[in-house]
Design a protein around this ligand. Structure first.
Ligand SMILES: Nc1nc2c(c(=O)[nH]1)N[C@H]1C(S)=C(S)[C@@H](COP(=O)(O)OP(=O)(O)OC[C@H]3O[C@@H](n4cnc5c(=O)[nH]c(N)nc54)[C@H](O)[C@@H]3O)O[C@H]1N2
Ligand SMILES: Nc1nc2c(c(=O)[nH]1)N[C@H]1C(S)=C(S)[C@@H](COP(=O)(O)OP(=O)(O)OC[C@H]3O[C@@H](n4cnc5c(=O)[nH]c(N)nc54)[C@H](O)[C@@H]3O)O[C@H]1N2
Ligand code: SF4
Ligand SMILES: [Mo]
Length: 731
């Protein structure tokens, strides 16, 4: 059997794979590629089930046009040509009448590499309203990195045998980044200590040398207490901070408001443990620190992420091998920056970006940060600043659709994104997507799902096996490529082809093939995409840009950092200029348990057998994990007469969902942890939308704009309060 070398795109680990084809050229089996420099043959259960995912009989093959009401599930088949002609005519009419900003676009996780081309489409149209899941994903972390180091966040670089301490904060790498977890275990075996900060017991906390278990959503107070201890106990790296950082005195004054005893009251973590964590992290160098997605902490998301970046800077772990490292954009290859047409949006249009008037990092903030970073990083306007900051705020788009304020959004394009259920407070998304004032909703996806079900036009997407792959992110040091394994079945088109074919109808210029774009990215390296793909090693390691701040500019001065001050900004000049507090602080949770809703409702905890709302449709994976799971402490369960496996009703002020109890000893009796989120629960047309409102935790979280981070707009998806009861009907 022939095997094709490619990249699994079911999550951001992007493992190397070999896809075996049967005699008819159909994918028959997927195995790990032992020669891939990072994954080295590793595959998780989703990778192993990739053929089933590809073959799913429910995948779309032809474009569908809605008949009847939105969500009714009545469709007619149409051709791509007819669909795109109709969409293009409508978009042109709307842009003409209301301005291009009346057209918005949201995308999801983009693991498959080409999902971001919609940004180019919108930018070329002149609309600043592109955004998506990035706001909830790495967004606040990257924003914190950009504010502190003038770039993305400083990444952990665990080196077994060298790294002395690893800190894993609000992250579950055993499921979400399995290769990173394997590396951490290897470092532990070589003598490193592991500190885990998680409100829930996990595999990681069981292996930890020290586990801190804060009350959910209080992490910023804990991080500030660590900053305070590091400063107070003389653990600051004076050489680095004295030479390269600004704002230490102001920071010290702010952090002194969080002595360990006060932090213990706020977080529930004993003061002695906070001291122990400071000693392990700052006293055993090099130490590598990473955080997952504590971004769901709303008003405290940026406070937390900034405090963590600041800890890295203070403790001498920045750019120390085995600590944390700032990857730069790769000067020898292009990336989406080369083609996203960001600069083609005129300034007066950029000012209309939805949400940017309120969450000003998305407006003036991104301009200030980009300008500063470009000076240091080869003149390249860095993609993370654009993708994480130069984006519209999705709940603000939903709000604009529903209210017409500040202006009416009349058309929305979605790709690679199951938006219903992905954002907290999903009722707001459903309200917007079903609003008649939204005249056109186009979804490009693999399947009918709660989101595409609401569309006026659904376009069938090619999945990763059906398109070539190249990823040049600029935030890792590897450019990876992968073969198209099979031609798209039916009439499926890739994200690139969808955007190209629609864009050309709007009068835009698009290269013929995505390979032409990748060729252009690779031009500085002297190789073509086809050459790289067919070479022994179809990837390129990037140049090492360690300690870029020390390199000299043409006048012989050190380059410094890509912040407006050229220094590591412990106190942020950008936040100050935008009228925000330049220093991190801790605000009490916006949703506190109270008598009616006495429990913290955690949402999170990835599982190795599912990505977000995806993969439940794959029979082999569904069999491992048939129902949505609510983690509950056995003592709390006993108090509510709940047995393991019982269906439990979880009620917040926004409604109720049901998940099945699974016992987690040591979770604590003041909290429960709901499965990240669930879909599909059952098939069928609206009003069920595949049953998403029955079990999807975002049906009961909030997207209240006042509960979002004031500068960045991070959503409050992990800080709900709830009550629970055993369902009377256990069917
Ligand atoms: N409560 C709560 N909410 C959360 C989170 C949480 O922890 N708790 N996490 C947040 C995070 S970090 C994220 S990233 C978001 C994720 O939110 P989404 O990105 O919306 O995640 P998915 O549910 O995986 O949806 C991806 C969709 O892309 C489709 N797809 C797959 N491959 C392709 C392709 O090649 N092309 C196209 N066009 N479509 C494709 C799939 O069919 C699927 O419908 O959710 C966020 N929401
Ligand atoms: N298998 C799998 N892998 C994935 C994904 C997936 O869906 N499935 N998604 C990918 C994407 S887009 C992303 S963004 C990453 C996400 O990767 P992670 O950030 O690792 O995501 P989670 O597993 O949700 O981990 C969050 C951890 O935070 C804990 N937690 C929840 N609330 C709090 C709190 O208030 N304080 C603290 N300290 N801890 C808290 C949870 O218990 C959980 O263990 O994973 C990527 N990889
Ligand atoms: S889904 Fe699994 S096999 Fe695929 S990239 Fe992620 S970790 Fe690797
Ligand atoms: Mo994410």
């Amino acid at each position: 059997m022939a095997a094709v070398r490619s990249i699994c795109c079911h999550c951001e680990s992007r493992c190397g794979v070999l896809v075996e084809l049967d005699d008819e050229g159909r994918p028959a089996a997927v195995t790990g590629d032992p020669s891939h420099p990072i994954s080295r043959g590793f595959l998780c259960p989703r990778g192993r089930a990739a053929v089933d995912y590809y073959e799913d009989p429910r995948r779309l093959r032809v474009p569908l046009r809605r008949r009847g009401a939105r969500g009714e599930g009545r469709w007619e088949e149409i051709s791509w040509e007819a669909a795109l002609d109709e969409v293009a005519a409508k978009l042109l009419a709307i842009s003409e009448e209301s301005g291009p900003e009346a057209v918005a676009y949201l995308n999801g996780t983009l693991f498959a590499g080409d999902g971001w081309f919609g940004n180019r489409l919108l930018h070329k149209l002149g609309s600043p309203n592109c955004g998506g899941a990035g706001l909830m994903c790495g967004g606040p972390q990257f924003a914190a990195g950009a504010l502190t180091f003038g770039f993305a966040s400083a990444f952990p670089e665990v080196v077994p045998g060298l790294t002395e301490t690893v800190v894993v904060w609000g992250q579950h790498p055993a499921a979400s980044a399995p290769m990173y977890w394997a590396l951490i275990r290897q470092a532990q075996r070589a003598g490193a200590k592991l500190v885990v900060v998680d409100s829930r017991p996990t595999i990681e906390s069981r292996h930890a040398d020290l586990w801190l278990q804060p009350r959910p959503g209080t992490d910023a107070a804990l991080a500030l207490a660590l900053v305070n201890l590091v400063i107070d106990e003389g653990l600051v790296d004076e050489d680095f901070v004295g030479r390269w950082a600004r704002g230490l005195d102001e920071l010290a004054a702010r952090a002194s408001e969080y002595p360990p005893e006060r932090a213990a009251e706020l977080t529930g973590v004993p003061a002695a443990r906070i001291r122990e964590a400071a000693a392990l992290y700052a006293g055993r160098r090099p130490a590598a620190l990473s955080s997952g997605t504590p971004n769901g902490q709303g008003r405290n998301a940026l406070n937390l992420e900034r405090s963590l970046q600041i800890l890295i800077a203070l403790t001498g772990n920045f750019e120390r091998p085995g600590g944390n490292h700032l990857f730069g954009p790769l000067p020898e290859v292009g990336s989406e920056v080369t083609h996203d047409a960001f600069g083609e949006v005129p300034p007066e249009q950029r000012r209309k970006r939805l949400g940017a008037d309120r969450f000003r990092l998305h407006g003036e903030g991104v301009e200030l940060l980009s300008e500063a970073a470009t000076r240091v990083w080869f003149g390249i306007e860095y993609p993370i600043t654009r993708r994480s900051l130069g984006i519209a705020h999705p709940p603000s788009i939903f709000e604009a659709i529903s209210s017409g304020d500040p202006y009416q959004v009349r058309a929305l394009l979605l790709s690679h994104h199951n938006a219903v259920g992905a954002y907290s407070g999903s009722a707001a998304a459903v309200r917007a997507l079903t609003d008649p004032k939204l005249e056109l909703l186009v979804v490009h996806d693999l399947r009918l799902n709660p989101t595409s079900m609401l569309a006026d036009i659904v376009l069938p997407a090619a999945s990763w096996m059906e398109k070539p792959f190249m990823w040049s992110s600029g935030w890792g040091n590897l450019v990876a490529t992968g073969h198209r394994v099979v031609a798209p079945a039916g009439e499926r088109r890739s994200d690139y082809e969808f955007c190209r074919d629609l864009g050309r109808r709007l009068g835009q210029e698009w290269p013929d093939r995505v390979e032409d774009v990748y060729d252009e990215w690779l031009r500085p390296s002297g190789r073509s995409f086809a050459e790289l793909l067919d070479s022994e090693q179809p990837w390129l390691p990037g140049t090492d840009q360690r300690r870029r701040h020390e390199q000299l500019d043409p006048s012989g001065e050190p380059l410094g950092f890509g912040t407006p001050s050229g220094q590591v900004e412990l106190s942020s000049t950008v936040l100050a200029q935008l009228g925000y507090d330049p220093l991190p602080s801790y605000e009490p949770r916006t949703s506190q348990p109270e008598p009616d809703f006495p429990l913290y409702l955690m949402t999170g905890g990835t599982r190795i057998d599912a990505t977000h709302q995806d993969h439940r449709q794959v029979p082999s994976l569904r069999a491992r994990h048939p129902d949505p799971q609510l983690e509950i402490d056995p003592d709390l369960a006993a108090a509510h007469d709940i047995a393991a496996g019982d269906w439990v009703e979880i009620e917040t002020e926004h409604g109720s969902i049901r998940q099945r109890a699974t016992f987690t000893p040591d979770l604590g009796t003041d909290r429960v942890s709901a499965e990240r989120w669930w879909y599909p629960e059952r098939d069928g047309p609206t009003p069920s939308l595949f049953g998403y409102p029955e079990a999807n935790v975002n049906a009961v979280t909030s997207c209240n704009l006042d509960a979002c981070d004031p500068a960045y707009g991070a959503l409050p998806y992990r800080i709900a309060s709830c009550r629970i009861r055993r369902e009377p009907d256990q069917g």
